[in-house]
Design a protein around this ligand. Structure first.
Ligand code: ZN
Length: 457
């Protein structure tokens, strides 16, 4: 630096410095200074201190304004009037969904899928802010109507805000990739999570309301008179367990599971009843009522009593083609079955094949059906193991899924399962799934669709 530079004040020094830094001691600089008379240069700065101050204030104001626009100002959020999950696919290694909204098109996903796959827990709900901690320890704070999400204490801005549609919270889809970078992929309204390295095996099926093995059937969740499964097979055609009587059919998967359970073990038993039509059940029920009336009960008493022993038509699991009554010679549909080798073996092992004892002794108050040690229900694995291990009946299981929506389970097969009940606005318009490896979708026989997903542990 020359003496000349040192003598000049404020802005001029800045200007000289900026020039010299950008052009590094250039000749151009020096020649400029030579041209400008010293006196004149001094005059400009001594003359306008107010001007100088105003300029500085202007710059500070400008910086604040820019800061405000970039970091604080936000346009009010545009809450969507429509939202739907238009398409969903589920297979043994991946779940994907397409989201449609009228505002922020292609930029939003439901928070629920993030919570479900990332095992997120809402730890704090403020007036506007929601704090969520995920299984990978990432912590986020969402603010309704804001594009800014605090991730592990750092504010990050997204191209869409957090908005609500009815009971569904929608978040920017890019958030999924930031939180679960290894498994999440988001692109223009399509969100996909890779759950494991498994390859899909089963055939894709289009989901229909009556599908699945998790339909709860009881007094509050009846079947329609016309319901009849389309994939019934005669158990006697499987060349394994024997079915006798007239009701020898079960749905395909249940029939094969029963045959395998029988084949792989040395306990003797037979199937005494499988699928029954609504009409079969009506006949059984009417017979029971008639017997009660003969025994001296009024019609009302007779009907009431019959309902605890024979399922009221429409409320029998036998109409599902997923229930099986098991018997051994001489012990048919009596409580004594629990003391037989078959009764003892089934109660402790059937869950491995997807069956459970449906009407337990301890929980008749919940099932409203007497203890039936002979009646087994197929619901598929790992659900059967959950019921067995947690000592709950099917009614309780579905009730808790309807309330909690999600269940995580580490099963004996060494795999981790996510069981997710979709209801209300989260139900997809179209759902494709495959049924291999315990992966699939099922109606709960109410408003819900239950997805069963296997994840890598
Ligand atoms: Zn039965």
């Amino acid at each position: 630096m020359t003496n000349n530079t040192r003598r000049t004040s404020g802005l001029s020094r800045k200007r000289t410095n900026r020039n010299s830094s950008s052009q590094n001691k250039s000749q151009h600089n020096r020649s400029l200074r030579k041209i400008q008379p010293k006196g004149k240069n001094k005059k400009i700065y001594s003359k306008s201190p107010l001007n100088n101050l105003l300029t500085k204030a202007g710059i500070i104001f400008g910086i604040i304004l820019v800061f405000y626009v970039i970091f604080i100002f936000e346009f009010p959020a545009n809450y969507p009037d429509t939202f739907k999950v238009s398409n969903m696919t589920l297979d043994s290694n991946k779940i994907a969904m397409e989201i449609e909204t009228d505002s922020y098109k292609g930029k939003l996903i439901p928070l629920d899928i993030l919570l479900t796959i990332g095992k997120g827990e809402i730890t704090l709900v403020g007036e506007k802010e929601t704090t969520i901690v995920f299984a990978n320890n990432k912590k986020i704070i969402l603010k309704d109507g804001s594009r800014k999400v605090k991730i592990d204490g750092k504010t990050q801005k997204f191209n869409a805000p957090v908005v609500k549609y009815k009971d569904v919270i929608l978040v920017p889809g890019e958030l999924a990739e930031r939180l679960l970078p290894k498994i999440a992929k988001f692109d223009n309204g399509k969100i996909a999570f890779t759950l494991s390295g498994d390859k899909p095996e089963g055939e894709y099926q289009n989901f229909a309301d009556y599908d699945g093995y998790l339909r709860l059937v009881n007094k509050e969740n009846p079947l329609t008179k016309n319901y009849e499964p389309t994939d019934l097979v005669n158990v006697n055609s499987l060349d394994s367990i024997i079915a006798y009587g007239t009701n020898t059919k079960l749905r395909d998967e249940a029939a094969h599971a029963l045959a395998n359970m029988y084949k792989e073990n040395e306990v003797q038993y037979a199937m005494s009843s499988g699928f029954r039509t609504f009409e079969n059940q009506t006949q059984l029920f009417d017979d029971e009522v008639a017997d009660n009336i003969k025994a001296g009960k009024t019609e009302e008493q007779a009907t009431q009593a019959a309902g605890t022993i024979v399922a009221v038509p429409g409320t029998s699991e036998h109409q599902l083609g997923l229930a099986v009554d098991v018997a051994i010679p001489g012990v048919i549909l009596t409580e004594e079955f629990k003391n037989t080798p078959a009764g003892k073996w089934l109660i402790n092992n059937s869950y491995k094949y997807g069956f459970v004892l449906r009407y337990t002794k301890e929980q008749t108050a919940i099932t409203n059906i007497i203890f039936e040690p002979w009646h087994y229900r197929y619901m598929g694995y790992p659900h059967s193991e959950i019921l067995f291990k947690e000592e709950i009946v099917f009614d309780t299981y579905i009730k808790s899924l309807r309330e909690e929506k999600v269940k995580y389970f580490h099963a004996e097969d060494g795999k981790d399962y996510i069981i997710w009940l979709l209801s209300g606005s989260l139900k997809p318009e179209k759902l494709e799934f495959n049924t291999s490896n315990g992966i699939g979708a099922s109606s709960d026989n109410g408003d819900g669709i239950i997805l069963t997903m296997r994840t890598q542990n």
